[in-house]
Design a protein around this ligand. Structure first.
Ligand code: SP5
Ligand code: ZN
Length: 356
Protein backbone atom coordinates (compact mmCIF):
# COMPACT_ATOMS: atom_id res chain seq x y z
CA UNK A 1 0.00 0.00 0.00
CA UNK A 2 1.67 3.22 -1.09
CA UNK A 3 -1.18 5.63 -0.27
CA UNK A 4 -0.58 8.13 2.50
CA UNK A 5 -2.30 7.20 5.76
CA UNK A 6 -4.78 9.89 6.86
CA UNK A 7 -3.94 11.34 10.27
CA UNK A 8 -6.71 13.37 11.84
CA UNK A 9 -5.36 16.04 14.17
CA UNK A 10 -6.21 19.44 15.62
CA UNK A 11 -4.46 22.16 17.61
CA UNK A 12 -7.43 22.34 20.02
CA UNK A 13 -5.64 19.99 22.40
CA UNK A 14 -2.89 22.57 23.01
CA UNK A 15 -5.26 24.50 25.32
CA UNK A 16 -5.63 21.45 27.57
CA UNK A 17 -2.30 22.26 29.20
CA UNK A 18 -0.54 23.21 32.41
CA UNK A 19 -2.06 20.14 33.98
CA UNK A 20 -1.24 18.63 37.33
CA UNK A 21 -2.20 15.36 38.93
CA UNK A 22 -2.10 14.03 42.45
CA UNK A 23 -0.07 10.85 42.59
CA UNK A 24 0.06 9.12 45.96
CA UNK A 25 -0.74 12.42 47.60
CA UNK A 26 1.95 14.41 45.77
CA UNK A 27 1.18 17.12 43.21
CA UNK A 28 3.17 16.49 40.04
CA UNK A 29 3.02 17.77 36.44
CA UNK A 30 0.49 15.65 34.57
CA UNK A 31 2.08 12.88 32.51
CA UNK A 32 -0.65 13.48 29.92
CA UNK A 33 0.72 16.62 28.21
CA UNK A 34 0.50 18.49 24.87
CA UNK A 35 4.13 17.56 24.20
CA UNK A 36 2.94 13.98 23.61
CA UNK A 37 0.95 14.86 20.48
CA UNK A 38 3.56 17.36 19.32
CA UNK A 39 6.19 14.58 19.41
CA UNK A 40 3.97 12.13 17.53
CA UNK A 41 3.10 14.65 14.82
CA UNK A 42 6.75 15.55 14.32
CA UNK A 43 7.68 11.91 13.81
CA UNK A 44 4.82 11.25 11.38
CA UNK A 45 5.77 14.35 9.40
CA UNK A 46 9.41 13.28 9.22
CA UNK A 47 8.39 9.79 8.09
CA UNK A 48 6.46 11.22 5.15
CA UNK A 49 3.93 8.40 4.88
CA UNK A 50 1.07 10.34 6.41
CA UNK A 51 -1.44 13.00 5.30
CA UNK A 52 -2.55 15.40 8.05
CA UNK A 53 -6.19 16.48 8.08
CA UNK A 54 -8.35 18.58 10.39
CA UNK A 55 -11.46 16.96 11.92
CA UNK A 56 -15.03 17.56 10.80
CA UNK A 57 -17.43 18.82 13.46
CA UNK A 58 -20.02 16.32 14.66
CA UNK A 59 -21.61 18.18 17.56
CA UNK A 60 -22.83 16.40 20.65
CA UNK A 61 -24.96 13.63 19.19
CA UNK A 62 -22.18 11.02 19.01
CA UNK A 63 -21.20 11.82 22.62
CA UNK A 64 -24.78 11.66 23.92
CA UNK A 65 -25.08 8.22 22.33
CA UNK A 66 -22.50 6.95 24.82
CA UNK A 67 -22.34 9.29 27.85
CA UNK A 68 -24.91 10.47 30.41
CA UNK A 69 -26.27 13.97 29.83
CA UNK A 70 -25.79 14.87 33.53
CA UNK A 71 -22.09 14.04 33.40
CA UNK A 72 -21.63 16.02 30.20
CA UNK A 73 -23.40 19.03 31.74
CA UNK A 74 -21.28 18.97 34.91
CA UNK A 75 -18.09 18.68 32.85
CA UNK A 76 -19.09 21.43 30.42
CA UNK A 77 -19.66 23.98 33.19
CA UNK A 78 -17.21 22.83 35.87
CA UNK A 79 -14.46 25.26 34.96
CA UNK A 80 -16.63 28.38 34.63
CA UNK A 81 -18.55 27.54 37.82
CA UNK A 82 -15.27 26.99 39.68
CA UNK A 83 -13.98 30.36 38.47
CA UNK A 84 -17.28 32.09 39.30
CA UNK A 85 -17.21 30.63 42.81
CA UNK A 86 -13.62 31.74 43.35
CA UNK A 87 -12.54 28.11 43.61
CA UNK A 88 -10.25 28.61 40.61
CA UNK A 89 -8.53 31.79 39.47
CA UNK A 90 -7.56 30.67 36.00
CA UNK A 91 -3.90 30.25 36.85
CA UNK A 92 -4.08 26.61 37.91
CA UNK A 93 -6.04 23.52 36.94
CA UNK A 94 -9.04 22.60 39.02
CA UNK A 95 -9.77 19.18 40.52
CA UNK A 96 -12.67 18.12 42.73
CA UNK A 97 -11.77 17.17 46.29
CA UNK A 98 -14.97 15.35 47.21
CA UNK A 99 -16.14 12.27 45.36
CA UNK A 100 -19.53 10.58 45.44
CA UNK A 101 -19.06 6.86 45.94
CA UNK A 102 -21.85 4.28 45.79
CA UNK A 103 -21.17 3.65 49.49
CA UNK A 104 -21.98 7.29 50.38
CA UNK A 105 -25.70 6.62 50.07
CA UNK A 106 -26.19 3.32 51.84
CA UNK A 107 -29.96 3.05 52.23
CA UNK A 108 -30.51 6.76 51.54
CA UNK A 109 -32.15 7.91 48.29
CA UNK A 110 -30.22 10.11 45.88
CA UNK A 111 -29.87 13.58 47.35
CA UNK A 112 -30.17 16.97 45.75
CA UNK A 113 -26.97 18.12 44.07
CA UNK A 114 -24.74 21.09 44.93
CA UNK A 115 -25.41 24.12 42.72
CA UNK A 116 -21.82 24.52 41.49
CA UNK A 117 -21.19 22.15 38.65
CA UNK A 118 -17.55 21.93 39.71
CA UNK A 119 -18.82 20.33 42.93
CA UNK A 120 -21.24 18.16 40.94
CA UNK A 121 -18.26 16.83 39.02
CA UNK A 122 -17.23 14.93 42.15
CA UNK A 123 -20.16 12.63 41.41
CA UNK A 124 -18.73 11.83 37.98
CA UNK A 125 -15.01 11.44 38.54
CA UNK A 126 -13.06 8.50 39.93
CA UNK A 127 -9.50 9.72 40.38
CA UNK A 128 -7.27 12.74 41.01
CA UNK A 129 -5.43 12.64 37.68
CA UNK A 130 -8.09 14.25 35.51
CA UNK A 131 -7.73 18.03 35.92
CA UNK A 132 -9.81 20.71 34.26
CA UNK A 133 -8.59 23.97 32.74
CA UNK A 134 -10.32 26.50 30.48
CA UNK A 135 -9.39 24.55 27.34
CA UNK A 136 -10.30 21.07 28.57
CA UNK A 137 -13.90 21.01 27.38
CA UNK A 138 -13.00 22.19 23.87
CA UNK A 139 -10.11 19.76 23.62
CA UNK A 140 -12.31 16.84 24.69
CA UNK A 141 -15.03 17.78 22.17
CA UNK A 142 -12.42 18.05 19.43
CA UNK A 143 -10.86 14.69 20.35
CA UNK A 144 -14.26 13.14 19.65
CA UNK A 145 -14.41 14.95 16.31
CA UNK A 146 -10.91 13.64 15.54
CA UNK A 147 -12.00 10.09 16.33
CA UNK A 148 -15.25 10.20 14.38
CA UNK A 149 -13.51 11.84 11.40
CA UNK A 150 -10.96 9.01 11.39
CA UNK A 151 -13.91 6.60 11.32
CA UNK A 152 -15.44 8.53 8.42
CA UNK A 153 -12.20 8.20 6.46
CA UNK A 154 -12.16 4.42 6.89
CA UNK A 155 -15.87 3.98 6.18
CA UNK A 156 -15.19 6.11 3.10
CA UNK A 157 -12.58 3.67 1.81
CA UNK A 158 -9.25 4.25 3.55
CA UNK A 159 -7.69 0.99 4.76
CA UNK A 160 -6.27 2.73 7.82
CA UNK A 161 -6.74 6.07 9.55
CA UNK A 162 -5.12 7.40 12.72
CA UNK A 163 -6.99 9.73 15.06
CA UNK A 164 -4.59 11.76 17.21
CA UNK A 165 -7.01 12.01 20.09
CA UNK A 166 -5.98 14.14 23.04
CA UNK A 167 -7.29 13.90 25.69
CA UNK A 168 -7.46 10.11 25.50
CA UNK A 169 -10.69 8.24 26.22
CA UNK A 170 -10.73 4.61 27.32
CA UNK A 171 -11.05 5.24 31.08
CA UNK A 172 -14.21 7.36 30.62
CA UNK A 173 -17.35 5.33 31.37
CA UNK A 174 -20.98 6.14 30.57
CA UNK A 175 -21.33 8.49 33.54
CA UNK A 176 -17.77 8.86 34.78
CA UNK A 177 -14.54 10.68 33.90
CA UNK A 178 -11.05 9.67 34.98
CA UNK A 179 -7.59 8.48 34.02
CA UNK A 180 -6.81 11.60 31.92
CA UNK A 181 -10.03 10.78 29.97
CA UNK A 182 -13.23 12.84 29.56
CA UNK A 183 -15.10 11.37 26.60
CA UNK A 184 -14.52 7.79 25.46
CA UNK A 185 -13.35 8.39 21.91
CA UNK A 186 -13.13 4.68 20.97
CA UNK A 187 -16.53 3.80 22.44
CA UNK A 188 -18.07 6.78 20.67
CA UNK A 189 -16.60 5.58 17.37
CA UNK A 190 -17.87 2.02 17.93
CA UNK A 191 -21.36 3.32 18.68
CA UNK A 192 -21.17 5.71 15.71
CA UNK A 193 -20.28 2.78 13.44
CA UNK A 194 -23.41 1.00 14.70
CA UNK A 195 -25.75 3.98 14.37
CA UNK A 196 -24.34 5.87 11.40
CA UNK A 197 -22.04 3.41 9.69
CA UNK A 198 -24.55 0.62 9.11
CA UNK A 199 -22.50 -1.90 11.10
CA UNK A 200 -24.01 -4.73 13.11
CA UNK A 201 -20.89 -6.04 14.85
CA UNK A 202 -17.92 -3.89 15.94
CA UNK A 203 -14.69 -5.08 17.58
CA UNK A 204 -12.52 -2.86 19.79
CA UNK A 205 -8.95 -3.97 20.48
CA UNK A 206 -7.36 -2.05 23.38
CA UNK A 207 -3.56 -2.21 23.50
CA UNK A 208 -2.96 0.61 25.98
CA UNK A 209 -0.94 -0.37 29.09
CA UNK A 210 -4.00 0.24 31.27
CA UNK A 211 -7.29 -1.59 31.30
CA UNK A 212 -9.96 0.38 29.42
CA UNK A 213 -12.48 0.26 32.23
CA UNK A 214 -14.74 2.81 30.57
CA UNK A 215 -15.00 1.00 27.27
CA UNK A 216 -15.59 -2.31 29.03
CA UNK A 217 -18.37 -0.80 31.16
CA UNK A 218 -20.12 0.86 28.22
CA UNK A 219 -20.35 -2.38 26.22
CA UNK A 220 -20.53 -4.90 29.13
CA UNK A 221 -24.04 -6.09 28.24
CA UNK A 222 -23.86 -5.50 24.52
CA UNK A 223 -24.00 -8.38 22.07
CA UNK A 224 -22.96 -6.17 19.14
CA UNK A 225 -19.61 -4.85 20.40
CA UNK A 226 -16.62 -7.05 21.23
CA UNK A 227 -14.17 -5.51 23.73
CA UNK A 228 -10.72 -7.09 24.03
CA UNK A 229 -7.96 -5.62 26.19
CA UNK A 230 -4.30 -6.47 26.81
CA UNK A 231 -2.93 -4.58 29.80
CA UNK A 232 -0.90 -4.62 32.99
CA UNK A 233 -2.50 -6.84 35.63
CA UNK A 234 -4.83 -4.61 37.69
CA UNK A 235 -3.69 -6.51 40.77
CA UNK A 236 -0.69 -4.13 40.63
CA UNK A 237 -1.60 -1.44 38.10
CA UNK A 238 -4.08 1.37 37.60
CA UNK A 239 -7.12 1.30 37.39
CA UNK A 240 -6.99 -1.54 39.96
CA UNK A 241 -10.74 -2.23 40.05
CA UNK A 242 -11.28 -3.84 36.64
CA UNK A 243 -9.45 -5.73 33.94
CA UNK A 244 -9.10 -9.10 35.64
CA UNK A 245 -9.28 -12.23 33.48
CA UNK A 246 -12.50 -13.27 35.22
CA UNK A 247 -14.41 -10.33 33.68
CA UNK A 248 -16.23 -11.47 30.55
CA UNK A 249 -19.36 -9.39 30.04
CA UNK A 250 -22.98 -10.25 30.90
CA UNK A 251 -26.39 -10.68 29.33
CA UNK A 252 -26.22 -10.27 25.55
CA UNK A 253 -22.56 -9.35 26.06
CA UNK A 254 -21.60 -12.53 27.93
CA UNK A 255 -18.32 -13.74 26.46
CA UNK A 256 -17.85 -10.55 24.41
CA UNK A 257 -15.50 -8.87 26.88
CA UNK A 258 -12.11 -10.46 27.38
CA UNK A 259 -9.06 -9.32 29.36
CA UNK A 260 -5.43 -10.38 29.21
CA UNK A 261 -3.68 -9.14 32.39
CA UNK A 262 0.08 -9.13 31.81
CA UNK A 263 2.95 -9.62 34.25
CA UNK A 264 5.49 -6.88 34.97
CA UNK A 265 8.32 -6.75 32.40
CA UNK A 266 6.30 -8.75 29.85
CA UNK A 267 7.90 -8.34 26.43
CA UNK A 268 6.88 -9.14 22.88
CA UNK A 269 6.89 -12.93 23.36
CA UNK A 270 4.25 -12.85 26.09
CA UNK A 271 2.42 -10.03 24.39
CA UNK A 272 2.19 -11.86 21.06
CA UNK A 273 0.63 -14.94 22.69
CA UNK A 274 -2.18 -12.85 24.17
CA UNK A 275 -2.56 -10.79 21.01
CA UNK A 276 -2.87 -13.91 18.84
CA UNK A 277 -5.72 -15.11 21.07
CA UNK A 278 -7.43 -11.74 20.79
CA UNK A 279 -7.08 -11.75 17.01
CA UNK A 280 -8.64 -15.22 16.82
CA UNK A 281 -11.59 -13.92 18.85
CA UNK A 282 -12.02 -11.04 16.43
CA UNK A 283 -12.09 -13.45 13.48
CA UNK A 284 -14.67 -15.64 15.26
CA UNK A 285 -16.83 -12.59 16.05
CA UNK A 286 -16.81 -11.68 12.34
CA UNK A 287 -17.19 -7.89 12.58
CA UNK A 288 -18.85 -6.18 9.61
CA UNK A 289 -17.27 -2.82 10.52
CA UNK A 290 -13.72 -1.49 10.66
CA UNK A 291 -11.63 -2.60 13.61
CA UNK A 292 -11.27 0.07 16.31
CA UNK A 293 -7.90 0.12 18.08
CA UNK A 294 -7.32 1.95 21.37
CA UNK A 295 -3.59 2.46 20.90
CA UNK A 296 -1.44 3.30 23.90
CA UNK A 297 2.34 3.32 23.96
CA UNK A 298 2.60 3.17 27.75
CA UNK A 299 3.51 -0.51 27.21
CA UNK A 300 6.94 0.79 26.13
CA UNK A 301 9.96 -0.40 28.12
CA UNK A 302 10.88 3.10 29.29
CA UNK A 303 7.39 4.47 29.93
CA UNK A 304 7.46 6.51 33.16
CA UNK A 305 4.18 5.06 34.51
CA UNK A 306 4.29 1.58 32.95
CA UNK A 307 6.25 -1.58 33.73
CA UNK A 308 5.94 -3.66 30.55
CA UNK A 309 8.92 -4.07 28.24
CA UNK A 310 7.91 -3.53 24.62
CA UNK A 311 10.57 -2.01 22.36
CA UNK A 312 10.03 0.33 19.44
CA UNK A 313 10.45 -2.42 16.83
CA UNK A 314 7.88 -4.55 18.69
CA UNK A 315 5.12 -2.10 17.79
CA UNK A 316 5.79 -2.79 14.13
CA UNK A 317 5.37 -6.52 14.74
CA UNK A 318 2.17 -5.89 16.73
CA UNK A 319 0.89 -3.78 13.82
CA UNK A 320 1.78 -6.53 11.36
CA UNK A 321 -0.05 -9.14 13.42
CA UNK A 322 -3.18 -6.97 13.50
CA UNK A 323 -2.85 -6.20 9.79
CA UNK A 324 -3.03 -9.96 9.23
CA UNK A 325 -6.76 -9.65 9.93
CA UNK A 326 -7.04 -7.76 6.65
CA UNK A 327 -9.65 -5.49 8.21
CA UNK A 328 -9.97 -1.76 7.63
CA UNK A 329 -8.71 -0.18 10.84
CA UNK A 330 -9.41 2.98 12.84
CA UNK A 331 -6.49 3.58 15.20
CA UNK A 332 -7.13 6.05 18.04
CA UNK A 333 -4.46 7.46 20.33
CA UNK A 334 -4.79 6.67 24.04
CA UNK A 335 -1.83 6.75 26.47
CA UNK A 336 1.97 6.67 26.24
CA UNK A 337 4.21 9.00 28.25
CA UNK A 338 7.82 8.38 27.20
CA UNK A 339 7.78 11.51 25.08
CA UNK A 340 11.19 10.97 23.46
CA UNK A 341 10.06 7.59 22.06
CA UNK A 342 6.36 8.22 21.37
CA UNK A 343 6.87 9.35 17.79
CA UNK A 344 9.01 6.37 16.81
CA UNK A 345 6.60 4.00 18.52
CA UNK A 346 3.60 5.47 16.69
CA UNK A 347 5.40 5.31 13.33
CA UNK A 348 6.34 1.68 14.05
CA UNK A 349 2.80 0.61 14.91
CA UNK A 350 1.29 2.38 11.90
CA UNK A 351 3.97 1.01 9.58
CA UNK A 352 3.08 -2.49 10.71
CA UNK A 353 -0.64 -1.78 10.47
CA UNK A 354 -0.31 -0.66 6.88
CA UNK A 355 1.26 -4.02 6.13
CA UNK A 356 4.88 -2.92 5.74
C1 SP5 B 1 -5.03 7.00 29.05
C2 SP5 B 1 -4.10 6.54 30.13
O1 SP5 B 1 -3.07 5.96 29.85
N1 SP5 B 1 -4.45 6.87 31.38
C3 SP5 B 1 -3.64 6.45 32.48
C4 SP5 B 1 -4.00 7.12 33.76
C5 SP5 B 1 -3.05 6.71 34.85
N2 SP5 B 1 -3.16 7.57 35.96
C6 SP5 B 1 -2.54 7.13 37.16
C7 SP5 B 1 -1.06 7.15 37.04
C8 SP5 B 1 -0.37 6.64 38.26
C9 SP5 B 1 1.07 7.02 38.12
N3 SP5 B 1 1.91 6.41 39.07
C10 SP5 B 1 3.23 6.97 38.92
C11 SP5 B 1 4.29 5.99 39.20
C12 SP5 B 1 5.61 6.63 38.81
N4 SP5 B 1 6.70 5.78 39.05
ZN1 ZN C 1 -2.67 3.96 29.56
Amino acid sequence: MSDLVPVIRSDAHLAHAGLIELASGVEIPCFESPERMIAIEAALLADGGFAFEEPNQHGRAPILAVHDAEMIEAFEHAWTDAVAAGAADGSRPWLPDTFLLAAYRGPMPASELPAGRHHQLGAYLFDTATPIVAGTWGAALTAVDVAVTAAERVVGGAALAYGLCRPPGHHAARGMLGGYCYFNNAAIVAEWLRREGGARRVAILDIDYHHGNGTQQIFWERGDVLYLSLHADPARAYPYFSGYASEGGAGDGAGLTRNWPLAARAGLDDYAVALAEALRMIVAFAPDAPLVISAGFDTFERDPIGDLALRTQDYREIGRMIAGLRMPTITLQEGGYAIDALGANAVALLTGLRGA
